[in-house]
Design a binder for this molecule. Structure first.
Ligand code: NAD
Ligand code: DAU
Length: 375
């Protein structure tokens, strides 16, 4: 591909950020500056195949550099922009797990809202310093957001770019705030921004707190597969590499100031999703004695404020930019399960040292973390 920009990717040690960095390095001539704080969710091993040494954070790939830094640290962000001189920023760094936002919203407000604001400040300062008008005009700040900002659908309808915002969880509320900040920097200061709102991703290198990787690993260990409530909530699933390709396309062809919804029209109930994981595992790694993985499903207390249904209308990105996903849910699920079967080296240390699979976000014990408005 002729794409040869200098790209900052924030959150590049995360699930989607690492998929985007791998794509940029494999299929384009881009140079990548990966910026990541390496929170519990930051896994430098996800960039190993791109040339990063996870122990030293040094890269053997001359087109990849890694900086361990917090996006809230404006001085470090200013320095990164000044030395790297990016043509594009893909902003993916965030606290991303809804259940953790129920247990402790503070870090979500800090990173997703304040962090996005400080990154925008650094980008604006740098953008204003670009000497050439053509280079200034082609600069892009691309904000990677979620369909959860639109709230919940009933049985009918799809989220379009015009759907009013109605976030319900602390996570989605902070992502909504960050989307508004990004648009404000465009409307007020003229920063050339792009916003994308995507549906649920799945695929390789997905942190095993999220439904699909948690179900795969629990199943492999013969542990219960927790399904919240009745399992009737619907999500719209997209294979992560299709999302990464969409982000690249929006970066190349999207119109500054515009929003693009991304989704593959793969609606499934959570019970269907867990059923698909089980059926794929039954085929690829049958249980002993003819038992079925589905027997491990356990219905547990629902998520507080659980949105019923998400579903994206992707007409705009399809009709205006020509994007089409390559995977459907069946092919994506097969690739995903195969990857977890073949890559225990990646998930086993996470499971043992970072997150063992315990239930998160079941209640709302947030007193200690919630700012007291009387103080
Ligand atoms: P993730 O949790 O896997 O990765 C987030 C990364 O951000 C981690 O590597 C973490 O270390 C890093 N990070 C967190 N706080 C940081 C900070 N203060 N400074 C620097 N780095 C920090 O998340 P993901 O699933 O890859 O999601 C990436 C982005 O895409 C998020 O903005 C999320 O809201 C959005 N998104 C995710 C999905 C999905 O299904 N996963 C769908 C739509 C949009
Ligand atoms: O829609 C996009 C969003 O998708 C992203 O913005 C988020 O960053 C990403 O985490 C994801 O949010 P969800 O809350 O939809 O994903 P999660 O995998 O946590 O849950 C998917 C569904 O499965 C949801 O309805 C809750 C349910 N669930 C989840 C877990 C972890 C279960 O039933 N059991 C579980 O153990």
């Amino acid at each position: 591909m002729r794409y040869a920009k200098k790209c900052i990717v924030t959150g590049a040690a995360g699930f989607i950020g690492s998929a985007l960095a791998r794509l940029l390095l494999k299929e384009t001539d881009a140079q990548v500056l990966a910026i990541d704080k390496l929170t519990y969710a930051g896994v430098p091993e996800s960039l190993k195949e791109a040339g990063l040494d996870p122990a030293t954070l040094e890269s053997s790939n001359p087109r990849l550099q890694f900086i361990k830094a917090d996006i809230c640290d404006l001085e470090r962000m200013d320095a990164a922009f000044a030395s790297f001189k990016p043509d594009a920023v893909f902003h993916l760094a965030a606290e991303s797990h809804v259940d953790r936002s129920i247990d402790g919203p503070g870090e979500f407000v800090r990173t997703n809202v304040s962090g996005t604001a400080s990154l925008l400040q650094a980008a604006l300062g740098y953008w204003r310093s670009i000497p050439g008008a053509a280079e200034r005009a082609s600069f892009r700040f691309q904000h990677v957001s979620t369909d959860e900002v639109y709230g919940s659908l009933g049985a009918e309808g799809l989220f379009t770019e015009k759907t009013p915002y109605s976030p319900h969880s602390p996570y989605s509320a902070t992502k909504a705030a960050s989307d508004h900040l990004v648009r404000a920097w465009h409307d007020t200061y003229g920063l050339p921004v792009l916003v994308t709102n995507c549906s649920n991703n799945y695929g390789p290198y997905h942190f095993p707190e999220k439904l699909i990787p948690l179900a795969i690993i629990n199943a492999l260990e013969g542990k219960p597969l927790p399904v919240y409530g009745t399992g009737a909530n619907v999500r719209d699933w997209l294979y992560v590499e299709d999302h990464a390709r969409a982000l690249l396309l929006v970066n190349e062809k999207g119109v500054p100031g515009e929003t693009y919804n991304i989704g593959g029209r793969n609606e499934r109930t959570n019970l269907e999703v867990v059923g698909a994981v089980c059926a794929t595992l039954d085929e690829m790694k049958p249980r002993a004695g003819g038992a079925k993985y589905r027997d491990l499903v356990e219905f547990v207390a629902d998520r507080p404020g659980h949105d019923l249904r998400y579903a994206i209308d992707p007409s705009k990105i399809r009709d205006e930019l020509g994007w089409r996903p390559r995977e459907d849910f069946g092919s994506g699920m097969r690739k995903t399960v195969r990857w977890y079967l073949d890559n225990e080296w990646w998930w086993r240390p996470i499971r043992e040292k970072r997150y063992s699979g315990r239930r998160l976000g079941a209640a709302a014990p947030i007193r200690a973390e919630t700012p007291d408005p009387r103080r």
